[in-house]
Ligand binder design. Structure first.
Ligand code: MLT
Length: 205
């Protein structure tokens, strides 16, 4: 296994706190969510990853055929790559692989959701900001009470409310404990949404 994804690793103050795996949105990079991560859990190690796919020069975690239409073959391949990277990073940095919490925005939330859909050992929990349903028609692994925070916008045209509702039902159906935070805005990740994620984290871990 190799550390073949561009990333930033910041050691945490408390080794027992979950490592936050930070996953940016389309056109972002591994620096974007460091501030959000530090706000959600100031004592956690941060592992922030850059997506390997480029769309007109913009980093993403998997290809899409059009806005909101995912390239499923690439999604599955990239999900496996991220999974292998997290295993390798845990070994390299001496992290507990079973104590990682994903924090993703938009495309980064979608690859985090895809990892949860595809892998039995994905994350201990996840904060998904403006996610969509990554794939349909899959049998999800048993999620055994996995805590999931979803931040959504009632006026989000990229990740519309029906996607949030369907994703919530699919995750709950597999046993996840899902908390949904609604904002009256669009696709942006607002300060109040970030604070709600931080409160959820404090209550939960
Ligand atoms: C995606 O392609 O993952 C979603 O449309 C969100 C985004 O624009 O990144």
């Amino acid at each position: 296994m190799s550390l073949d994804m561009i990333h930033v690793y910041q050691e945490g103050k408390n080794p027992a706190a979950p490592t936050l795996v930070l996953l940016h949105g389309t056109g972002g990079n591994e620096h974007d969510l460091l501030g959000l991560g530090a706000m959600i859990s100031p004592d956690s190690a941060l592992l922030s990853v850059r997506g390997k796919v480029l769309e007109n020069g913009m980093p993403r975690f998997f290809r899409r055929l059009a806005e909101g239409v995912f390239d499923e073959e690439d999604l599955v391949l990239r999900t496996g790559e991220l999974h292998a990277f997290l295993d390798a990073a845990a070994a390299e940095y001496g992290l507990d692989r079973s104590n990682m919490v994903a924090v993703g925005y938009s495309n980064g939330a979608n690859i985090a959701a895809s990892l949860i859909f595809h892998e039995q050992e994905s994350f201990r929990g996840a904060a998904l900001h403006h996610p969509m349903v990554p794939r349909r028609g899959l049998q999800l692994p048993a999620l055994g009470g996995m805590p999931v925070f979803i931040g959504a916008g009632a006026n989000d045209r990229i990740c519309p409310p029906h996607e949030t509702e369907e994703l919530t039902e699919l995750l709950r159906g597999a046993g996840a404990e899902v908390e949904v935070h609604w904002e009256n805005y669009g696709h942006q990740l607002t300060g109040t949404e970030a604070r709600a994620a931080a409160e959820w984290f404090k209550r939960t871990f």
